[in-house]
Design a protein around this ligand. Structure first.
Ligand SMILES: [Zn+2]
Length: 256
């Protein structure tokens, strides 16, 4: 085979081999045991270091779509505005996620009300489709992703740092005077499976396939997301994410 043919067939052979493995995995998929095992607890602590958390509730009526701090509504089951049931998922999440998806979320702030962080854990249900690339949702919601960067956060009880993917986003809007303005936010996340942790969507897909083919199991994966505002003039949000995540991480570990 001459060089031209080699360079033509080389990558294709790899693709063919990958497809063959995928096909083999599909054929044996029926023999894969879905387990209920997750790599983390589906609960967020009341406090993360100096941050205090409150639960958030959303109106299930699409037209109302209001959001409340759980401690600010007299009846946690009903929207004070329209009377519809309240849920811990917003309308978009309820319509997009399979019904057995687990979701918890809290809004954390410092006692003086500053440095707010939204924290969410989404745990996949039986069909494992609850978790997809966060980038897809963000751009669908009108956010422009300015940059994605991987940060390495030192952890108190582990030699290996926690890897977090940080999306820096901006969204244009008109302020109350009709002038164009930008809303600058971040969305930081990492994935956790049983005995696995990664900030990479591709690595997560690889581990899901690997565990399925090699170990014959399909675990429930979760993703942990942190979001909040950022100042585009500095990188203070990266430090805030690192400080918060390093103190949240130990609270999410499953007791052995
Ligand atoms: Zn309502």
């Amino acid at each position: 085979m001459d060089n031209l043919q080699k360079s033509f067939f080389g990558p294709r052979l790899f693709v063919i081999a990958a497809l063959a493995v995928a096909a083999w995995a599909l054929v044996y998929k029926t023999g894969v045991a879905s387990t209920d095992e997750a790599g983390i607890v589906l609960a967020l602590p009341a406090r993360v270091g100096p941050w205090e958390g409150v639960e958030l509730l959303f109106c299930t009526d699409r037209n109302c779509n209001r959001q409340y701090a759980a401690n600010a509504v007299p009846d946690n089951a009903q929207c004070p505005n329209c009377g519809a049931p309240l849920s811990n998922m917003n309308w978009a999440e309820r319509s997009m996620l399979p019904a057995d998806t687990g979701l918890v979320r809290k809004y954390y702030s410092l006692p003086n009300g500053t440095s707010g962080v939204h924290a969410t854990i989404v745990l996949s249900g039986d069909d494992r489709s609850s978790i997809h690339r966060p980038q897809v949702c963000m751009t669908a919601a009108g956010h422009e992703i300015v940059s994605s960067r991987l940060i390495h956060v030192p952890l108190p009880n582990r030699a290996e740092p926690l890897e977090i993917m940080v999306l820096e986003m901006t969204r244009s809007y008109r302020d109350e005077n009709g002038n164009p303005a930008d809303l600058n936010t971040y969305y930081a996340y990492w994935f956790v499976g049983k005995g696995r942790e990664t900030a990479s969507h591709l690595k997560r897909m690889f581990w899901m396939g690997y565990d399925r083919v090699v170990h014959g199991v399909s675990h429930r994966w979760a993703y942990i997301a942190l979001s909040g505002p950022r100042n585009p003039a500095n990188e203070n949000h990266l430090q805030a994410i690192a400080t918060f995540a390093s103190q949240l991480h130990p609270a999410l570990l499953k007791p052995e």
